[in-house]
Design a protein around this ligand. Structure first.
Ligand code: AMP
Length: 179
């Protein structure tokens, strides 16, 4: 079922039919509860993109957990990419399409100077809609997106390939078949 990092994959729980029928929810809370498992996940996640970066960007909410740890490991700061209406300062935003309807993500407009090299981090990439919107947001503000790292890839949904088609190098630790 999984190719790489079987030790990490074994710590991720699969819950069928959440949040709706037909979805196999990949639950990282069991991985977070395991001290050695969490440490090796962060080590390997931080090793996926060895190039120099200025910031890590984490996508709300699970991307904050892994993003913060990777940023600390790489010695850089963390940029929060948040859902609409959560940030107190002046923001730059992008809208994107979900399976049903629209959503919006934002960042503070003064978070970095144009040309900043940024590594995007999230827990999981499925269709890639969220990550592609985050890449658009970062580029809109002048960032150079040097890569995107995810703990989990659902390759059947094509999100990683979608990001690669937009010239973003993608690294993932474990892959699960299906949705
Ligand atoms: P997407 O925009 O389709 O790539 O979806 C990405 C976001 O949805 C990720 O940040 C995940 O947290 C969440 N997500 C999508 N599918 C799943 C799944 N099967 N199990 C757990 N989380 C998921």
């Amino acid at each position: 079922m999984t190719t790489h990092n079987a030790d990490i994959a074994a710590l991720i729980r699969t819950i069928p039919d959440f949040p709706k029928p037909g979805i196999l929810f990949r639950d990282i809370t069991t991985l977070l509860l395991d001290g050695p498992g969490l440490a090796m996940t962060i080590d390997r996640l931080a090793g996926l993109h060895p190039g120099p970066i200025d910031l890590v960007a984490g996508i709300e909410a699970r991307g904050f957990i892994f993003g913060a740890a990777v940023a600390q490991k790489l010695g850089v700061g963390l940029l929060l990419i948040r859902k609409d209406g959560k940030l107190p300062g002046r923001t730059v935003a992008v809208d994107y399409t979900l399976e049903y309807g629209q959503d919006r993500i934002e960042m503070h407009e003064d978070a970095f100077v144009p040309g900043a090299r940024i590594l995007l981090v999230d827990d999981l990439i499925a269709t890639g809609g969220t990550a592609a919107a985050a890449v658009r947001l970062l580029r809109k503000a002048g960032a150079v997106v040097t890569g995107a790292s995810f703990v989990i890839d659902l390759p059947d949904l094509g999100g990683a390939d979608r990001l690669r088609a937009e010239d973003v190098p993608v690294g993932t630790l474990v892959a699960f078949e299906g949705h």
